[in-house]
Ligand binder design. Structure first.
Ligand code: ATP
Ligand code: ZN
Length: 297
């Protein structure tokens, strides 16, 4: 199937840790996806000129850099590892997506008592991220022998291939099961939306902007809440200072209650019970917190 140049193309992971959330994000952005092809290698948005290409995550930066896909969703770990191998940038991060969070860490046998980066000097370290690891080791003025493995990195110490490993960790359970413990952080990662740095023609760039605006809206609404509360005017300054991530709240008078106002604000950060307790202590009453379904800035 040759790509249809009248439509945009986005590379997403076929199956793995990012697949479901990537598709969900696009659905939340209002796209109706219909899978096609025997192996579901592609899907078409029925109500937007966008085709999805389902590929291995490692191939996503290349697809986007080459312009085969104008857009892609990939982990920053894969993106940065790829970018470190380029002589000039070919792909750009346009939005952090808030999922797929993990951390590339160095781990050592759990028998090691104390750790300092200097202990890595001259050691063998197994990893699937040789460029990220090399940058880290060099930033500490050290040298190490980096052993590149495509997978099962955590087996390296047991097999006598390397003393340390450098691998992605979210809970640490896999490391623990292999007698390893994380000793230092190399790179923090989450899923990001990327776009090609190849020129995108004018027709397409309107579609890209429209899609990015929708995706920004989905990301913003994920955490955002709409807060309404009543407050004595004298407490306004302290109350607005407590509202998390709120810019310029709306303040309206309350009929029949002189000196009191209603405050309405979009809070772009999580609103916790503690926040409500602090608002109440500052004089707020009748506090309502509501979810926001859609938002476009
Ligand atoms: P593929 O078959 O597409 O090559 P993969 O096995 O390389 O898949 P996954 O394990 O599905 O990749 O992970 C995809 C991405 O999910 C990682 O590159 C990383 O950005 C993110 N991720 C989040 N948590 C973890 C974790 N605990 N371990 C590994 N990756 C994680
Ligand atoms: Zn992969």
């Amino acid at each position: 199937m040759s790509p249809d140049r009248n439509r945009l193309h986005m590379a997403v992971q076929k199956s793995g840790r990012l697949s479901d959330r990537s598709r969900q994000l696009l659905k939340d952005a209002g796209l109706r996806l219909s899978e096609s092809g025997k192996n579901h290698l592609a899907a078409r948005a029925e109500n937007f000129p966008l085709d999805l290409m389902f590929v291995r995550d490692d191939d996503i930066p290349t697809f986007v850099a080459d312009g085969v896909c104008e857009l892609g969703i990939v982990g920053q770990n894969v993106l940065e590892e790829y970018a470190l191998g380029l002589s000039e940038p070919r792909i750009e991060e346009v939005a952090r997506l808030g999922f797929g969070k993990c951390s590339l860490k160095i781990a050592a046998p759990d028998t090691l008592n104390s750790f300092q980066p200097a202990m890595l000097d001259g050691q063998r370290i197994a990893t699937s991220y040789p460029r990220l690891l090399k940058r880290f080791v060099e930033s500490h003025g050290l040298t190490a022998e980096i052993v590149t493995m495509r997978g099962a990195v955590e087996l390296a110490p047991r097999l006598g291939i390397a003393r340390f490993v450098c691998d992605l960790v979210s809970t640490g359970a896999t490391l623990e099961a292999n007698g390893l413990a994380p000793v230092c952080d190399v790179f923090e990662s989450e899923a990001v939306l990327v776009r090609t740095l190849r020129p995108i023609d004018n027709l397409h760039s309107d579609k890209v902007s429209a899609l990015l605006a929708r995706i920004d809206g989905v990301i913003a609404t994920a955490e955002s809440k709409y807060i309404v509360l009543n407050a004595p005017e004298s407490a306004l300054a302290s109350i607005t200072a407590i509202l998390p991530g709120a810019e310029a709240p709306t303040v309206v008078p309350l009929i029949g209650r002189p000196g009191h106002v209603a405050v309405q604000a979009v809070c772009q950060e999580s609103v916790f019970w503690e926040t409500l307790e602090r608002l109440k202590a500052a004089g707020a009453s009748a506090i309502l917190v509501m979810p926001i379904e859609k938002m476009m800035m």
